[in-house]
Design a protein around this ligand. Structure first.
Ligand SMILES: [Zn+2]
Length: 466
């Protein structure tokens, strides 16, 4: 005979058991899932060569100056910024010819009208190569690595004297080139752009043009890695340098946040969760995954850039793209923006002999691993929301499926509001809604898409939905 009371108790018992199962599955001991390295990416990293990077930096220095205002010097003479641009283009084309024309080698050239540090109209040329994604449903997602190939000496507008710029920023240019060389031997579902820009030292003109152009044509730049001063200055006698660390600078609040968004960020404590900050966390996680064995690590700096300095990531941030800056652990200002000279026994100038090529190679590996991971991963879940309609101690998260069809599941991440990085995570399966026994009042949540091989998307912090 049907007994509603017994049935209710039975159902309540099952429910309690289920809840306990879920609750224990979301125990605070749950650490962020860490997949095994992808063999294809690991193989690409092995190909990165300190000797090749040295060759490229020395070649860039051989143009004597790469000052942006030297663009009228004919490239045939092998001097000046235009000769450097032609050489970079030739390198990209060489890599492309070695991969069955897999790279689209392009320039983004424009006439910059007179402006600060641009005394007369000046041609600026960005040179880049596109490794188009193999999956039409994902090729629209683009990941960018960039460095600036222009240089300067003590006088920002001097085109006569040498401006070797070995560290600032032939090193970052060499990172873009080396990533192109090794990653073009592989294929990824999403698109990777290897970019080198000019005009940085005059005021970020090249990157500003490229970022605005990207936005105007609707390119989905999901992440931009700007490498500027990644030579790991190895001045003899400097006991405070650290060849095991690269700094990753990121803005916590998006430059483009609207007044409404800023209001919500203030109310709910989202100051360290803008898209660029999530990208920085991703870079640090990739470093742990692929480079901890090499004792190389990312040190996250929770600020947009160093004091008194700027960089090309800002140009992308200002157009609404997630972008971070990678820079060596400790800079030597005698070897940046200096005329080459010796004074009182001190050598000034940004010369190749102060570059630690093994260090730059590790920075290149971190970039290549990040690009490869992102371009292999599913798109992030869309429209991630935290339901806040009722006062309750559990938290319900809801999202739309990761577009592009690569996701096989989702991970919910969380951390204390005072913690810098994700502390906990759980694969919740291929669902678009989950209730977890963790109070939204006490933590910051993120959701990311994963595939069967463990590639994961950037994390998206949910927006509250009332
Ligand atoms: Zn620079």
């Amino acid at each position: 005979m049907f007994n509603p009371k017994v049935s209710f108790l039975a159902i309540a018992g099952v429910m309690a058991t289920l809840f306990l199962t879920v609750a224990s599955a979301f125990a605070q001991q749950d650490t962020v899932p860490m997949p095994a390295p992808d063999p294809q990416i690991a193989a690409a990293l092995k190909e990165i060569s300190a000797a090749q990077i040295q060759k490229n930096i020395e070649q860039l220095v051989s143009f004597d100056t790469r000052q942006t205002l030297s663009s009228d010097i004919p490239p045939l003479g092998g001097k000046g910024v235009s000769a450097a641009a032609e050489w970079i283009q030739g390198e990209f084309q060489k890599y492309s010819s070695q991969c069955g024309d897999c790279l689209e080698v392009r320039t983004d050239q424009f006439l910059q009208p007179p402006a600060s540090r641009i005394p007369q109209a000046t041609t600026i040329t960005n040179v880049y190569a596109v490794l188009r994604g193999t999956d039409p449903a994902n090729a629209g997602r683009m990941y960018v690595v960039t460095g600036h190939y222009d240089s300067r000496n003590s006088d920002p507008n001097d085109i006569s004297n040498a401006a070797p710029g070995a560290n600032d920023d032939a090193s970052g240019t060499a990172v873009s080139l080396e990533c192109a060389r090794v990653l073009s031997k592989h294929r990824f579902p999403a698109t990777i752009i290897f970019l080198t820009v000019a005009g940085e030292e005059q005021g970020l003109y090249g990157s500003a043009h490229f970022a605005k152009m990207s936005k105007a044509v609707g390119w989905e730049l999901e992440a931009v890695l700007n490498n500027d001063i990644v030579g790991g200055d190895n001045t003899p006698g400097d006991s405070q340098r650290n060849p095991h660390i690269v700094r990753v600078f990121s803005e916590g609040v998006a430059s483009t946040a609207t007044p409404d968004e800023l209001q919500r960020i203030r109310a709910l404590g989202g100051e360290s969760d803008g898209p660029s900050r999530q990208l920085a966390r991703y870079v640090a996680e990739v470093a742990t995954e692929y480079l901890s064995a090499a004792d190389f690590h990312a040190m996250l700096v929770f600020r947009h850039d160093r004091y008194l300095r700027g960089g090309d990531h800002s140009s992308f941030n200002e157009q609404g793209f997630a972008a971070v800056r990678l820079t060596e652990y400790r800079e030597n200002y005698n070897h940046q923006h200096q005329n080459v000279r010796t004074e009182n026994g001190i050598e000034y100038g940004d010369l190749p002999k102060f570059v630690d090529y093994a260090y730059t190679a590790n920075v290149a590996r971190l970039n290549a691993a990040t690009l490869g991971s992102l371009a292999s991963a599913p798109a992030p879940p869309a429209d991630v929301r935290l339901l806040t309609k009722q006062l309750q101690n559990d938290s319900t998260l809801e999202w739309k499926v990761s577009p592009g069809g690569l996701a096989t599941g989702y991970e919910v991440l969380w951390r204390d509001t005072t913690a810098p990085d994700w502390q906990h995570g759980k694969n919740v399966g291929n669902v678009t809604k989950v209730t977890v026994p963790v109070s939204k009042d006490n933590v910051v949540f993120g959701v990311r898409a994963v595939d069967a091989k463990g590639h994961r998307s950037l994390a998206i912090v949910p927006q509250p939905e009332r």
